[in-house]
Design a protein around this ligand. Structure first.
Ligand SMILES: Cc1cc2nc3c(=O)[nH]c(=O)nc-3n(C[C@H](O)[C@H](O)[C@H](O)COP(=O)(O)O)c2cc1C
Length: 323
């Protein structure tokens, strides 16, 4: 069934197709729930660490539902976690269109969206009423016009707004489409953000940092220790990659797979002595082999986005362990 729908959707501009789909999902209609039944909760195997519990190992990565408008339907599909966002404090429209492209042969997408978001107070209405079984992740980021100096205050305000609704929070400092954002991965800037955020936290909700695959992570051991010292519970590895030969923006899916895997494995190794430090892997995950490969390197939590676009809801089968 998704094959037929995809034939139609792929004749449209990728962002238009996405918006149409998400709009339908947001109504959580009976016909869609009948067409896409979702995976059987009885077959799910819970994944639990010191920091959080997912009802199964497969989460939806950030960016698919930026404003949290389709949580009930996404929960129905059977994700172990749904990460919404990136949520910005103020509403912003993002970059000029077109800003999303398909690279179909490689099962990849490229986007230069630049955090279009309706703003925290709009998103809050959706997060505070959500009561599904999938763990709710809330991914937060800076507004385009916020200076680097003002970032600590902005991230801490977002933590204050969302910590009561979140199963986990993600500080996004790695999108390639917001000028200077990746500079915040520098420990000097990051320390300032974490100091403010830690002053704000009161509920013990885990916070993860989302990193880029394009940095030199040869110092991953040091980075992990730095994060642990600053009361951070883990990483989301990774965001999209810059690939200039394809064009502007960040690339996801198969194009990203190798470079994301290198980063994920490096951090899985660096954190292997710290069982309370979680790695959530994202980047070109679209098969059981991908999951098994990461799992044997010590990974328990997995996310995808691009594979949902190319393969449809049947990709959720990866949530279930087999064989
Ligand atoms: C269209 C699109 C928009 C995205 N927007 C965000 C975002 O707002 N925040 C974020 O942290 N990651 C965003 N991502 C990155 C994904 O969360 C994920 O890290 C990346 O796509 C790798 O996973 P995948 O290969 O399974 O797609 C976006 C990805 C895509 C394809």
């Amino acid at each position: 069934m998704y094959g037929l729908l995809k034939n139609v959707l792929f004749t449209l501009d990728p962002e238009v197709a996405h918006d149409l789909t998400l709009h339908q999902f947001s109504k959580n209609p009976y016909y869609l729930r009948k067409l896409f039944k979702g995976i059987d909760p009885a077959k799910m195997i819970e994944v639990k660490t010191h920091n959080m519990t997912w009802r199964n190992r497969l989460g939806l990565a950030a960016g698919f539902d930026k404003n949290g408008i389709a949580l009930d339907f996404l929960n129905h599909l059977g994700f172990g976690a749904i990460e919404i966002g990136t949520v910005t404090l103020k509403e912003q429209i993002g970059n000029d269109r077109p800003r999303m492209w398909r690279h179909s042969k490689e099962l990849s997408l490229r986007n230069a969206l630049g955090f279009p978001c309706k703003g925290a107070s709009y998103v809050k209405k959706n997060t505070q009423t959500y009561n599904g079984e999938a763990t709710l992740g809330i991914n937060i980021g800076k507004n385009k016009d916020t200076s680097l100096n003002d970032c600590p205050g902005e991230y801490s305000q977002l933590v204050k707004i969302f910590e009561e609704d979140a199963g986990y929070l993600v500080i996004n400092i790695s999108s390639p489409n917001t000028k200077n954002l990746r500079k915040l991965q520098d420990q000097v800037f990051l320390k300032e953000i974490l100091d403010e955020v830690n002053k704000q936290r009161s509920l013990g909700i885990p916070i993860y940092i989302k990193i880029s695959p394009d940095e030199d992570w040869s110092d991953s051991d040091t980075f992990v220790r730095f994060l642990i010292d600053n009361n951070i519970q883990g990483l989301v590895c990774t965001n999209t990659t810059i690939c200039k030969k394809l064009g502007t923006g960040g690339v996801s899916g198969n194009y990203l797979k190798n470079i994301a895997r290198k980063t994920q494995k490096s951090f899985l190794k660096s954190s292997s002595d710290f069982p309370d430090f979680d790695i959530i892997a994202a980047g070109g995950i679209n098969s059981r082999e991908d999951i098994n490969d990461l799992n044997s390197a010590g990974c328990n939590f997995f996310q995808l986005y691009t594979a949902l676009v190319y393969k449809g809801p049947s990709i959720l089968d990866l949530a279930l362990k087999k064989g």
